[in-house]
Design a binder for this molecule. Sequence first.
Ligand SMILES: [Zn+2]
Length: 434
Amino acid sequence: MECCDLLIQDTIVLARSIRLMEHVDIAIKDGKILEVGESLKERFQAKAWMEGRHKLFMPGLIDSHMHTGQQLLKGLVLDAKPIIWTRIMLPFESTMTPERMRLSAELAALEMIRSGTTGFVDAGSYFMEQAAEVYVESGLRGALSCSTMDEEGLPASIAMDADEAVTQTDRLYESFHGQGNLKVYYALRALNSCSTKLALKAAEHARERKTMLQAHMNEYQGEVDGIIAREGMRPYEYLEKLGILDEHFLGAHSLILSEREMELIQERGAVLCHCPFSNCGKAVPDTPKLLEMGIPVGLGTDGAAHGGLSLWNEMKIFRSVMNICKGVPQRNPHIMPAATILKMVLEGGAAALGETGSLGRLEAGYKADLISIDLRQPHLMPTGNLINTLLEIVTGPDVRDVIVGGRVIMENREIKTLDEEKILHEAERRGSEV
Ligand SMILES: [Zn+2]
């Protein structure tokens, strides 16, 4: 008999190329998927077992762009006029405290685990050490950044020059890169908030440490126009000129792109992600074309202030937007099928986490980041096409178990790594001051 740490028996699996396998077992060892197949229980001696009947096991969802630091802004952004960055986000973040950051991360971690998100990329805020401590404890996989910008006129509490701005990420990197399942990325908040000196220095430090650089990109027309006015070229052309556009660059949003910018992104192998609910007040990306060009594109929530942290919601919204804006005009209802959107979240998300080929698929050799969906519920059965049902109907509460790196962090909806009662009590207590 071979040994494994965890054996999930007799389940349905969402396997490679978004197809289903039925009545299979999953063997997990040393944080990775060892084997997926029939009758593994006859060959493996497992330290722990999990029942898989009436469940679908699939790779955990990956949020390619979120903001832990905006967790306590929930409900305060809807219907606000653009650009909310200067009027709402900036004043809020500049008054962040370590205690608020800790609570934000605790709530974000609970929300992600409960809705089946096993990996995330945080775009950066302040007091990220507090968030990092919570995320290590939670067992989630994530990439964290510090909010990085050096423009004139920022509130005094967060004003810094290019050197200070990069040094704070250096410190976060030294303390937390490689701790638990965490990585640390360098970030540029947005190009128009950052000097060329800062962009070059952040990129250089990311490159030296073999980690990624991320930025909010091409999100608003005004922001694109601002870079054209300042640099005489479009945002991605400017990154190319600086020599910092490569496969270690993650461009969040990336909605308003010229043909030339798309070609540059493709040539350099950069990774993109859209945030459907948040993006609905801004622009519609040409995702079918980006995918056709082979560009990796993930989906993100843009933080809890933009409709919560459930990627199930984002997938539904994205499908609706793509259908009405691309499918209907082109008379092509098949323009963005469920399998493509799931693949964006899973494999596009893996690319955003710098884990292409090691994360985002349920197959041997991949990291064991898995979730299960409880299929034996009236709203999910019967179905003529489970993959369509996953996209159309499944929501966060349908997620039963969450496993990250082979460790069970939620079983039968009970979170094992964080004290949920205590966190909710604290959220209640601090609710009024928020
Ligand atoms: Zn964002």
